[in-house]
Design a protein around this ligand. Structure first.
Ligand SMILES: [Zn+2]
Length: 225
């Protein structure tokens, strides 16, 4: 990848990806609703982010939650993610076809495919791998200003990883259902909206006081990690 083309949005017309919004916003709302305790009001809005920045539409760091026109440069980055997707899934046949890249300040700072089987790691999704690589490359656990281009719609784990890594923006190519996984793979979205006792894994609290005591102790430390 050439690296230094700035992510300047020229206001070019959307390229037919428009229906992603309605689809993904519902999922995103569901997911965030499940994490409502920390997500604030993000999950409650019914209004897709239609207010693309008008003039000039420049996407820079620190602007989460922005929906704007997709540019030719975005397509270049996404095609790199799709190239990696095809490499691992079709050419190497080492994994299901997923690829992701992370871009910041016009430079690709991480590129990865899915390595779940290779690493015997169910969390080694392309996006998580790319986030780990980007954090190692930058020496930070936060990636503000970064944009994640992923060949397929993020699963909740990858969305959350990007969220916690403070990535600004996600673009995805194929929809999750395009992958043709069994419907059971999609139940996680619904599952996470249910009260704990009704969820598949039925999280239960125990020894709360003992766990909380360590938090109390931690907060009193003069220096924290
Ligand atoms: Zn994932």
């Amino acid at each position: 990848m050439n690296g230094n083309t700035p992510l300047v949005h020229t206001g070019s017309s959307p390229d037919g990806d428009g229906d992603y919004l309605a689809f993904s916003m519902v999922k995103r709302r569901n997911f965030l609703a499940a994490a409502a305790a920390t997500a604030g009001g993000m999950g409650s809005g019914g209004t897709p982010a239609a207010e693309a920045p008008a003039d000039p539409p420049v996407r820079l760091g620190g602007a989460r939650g922005v929906t704007s026109a997709i540019t030719d440069q975005d397509r270049v980055y996404m095609r790199e993610a799709i190239r990696v997707m095809r490499q691992v899934g079709v050419i190497d046949r080492s994994a299901f076809p997923f690829g992701a890249i992370i871009v910041r300040d016009g430079k690709v700072i991480a590129t990865s495919g899915n390595t779940v089987w290779k690493d015997r790691d169910p969390t080694a999704h392309a996006e998580v791998n790319a986030i780990r690589e980007a954090c190692r490359a930058t020496g930070s656990i936060e990636l503000p200003g970064a944009i994640l281009y992923t060949s397929c719609e993020c699963c909740p784990m990858c969305y959350a990883a990007a969220y916690f890594a403070r990535i600004d923006k996600i673009f995805y190519a194929a929809g999750w259902r395009d992958a043709g996984f069994p419907d059971s793979n999609f139940n996680v979205y619904d599952d996470m909206t249910r009260p704990y006792p009704q969820r598949v894994l039925a999280p239960q609290q125990m020894l709360r006081e003992e766990g909380k005591a360590v938090w109390d102790e931690f907060r009193k430390l003069p220096e924290k990690p």
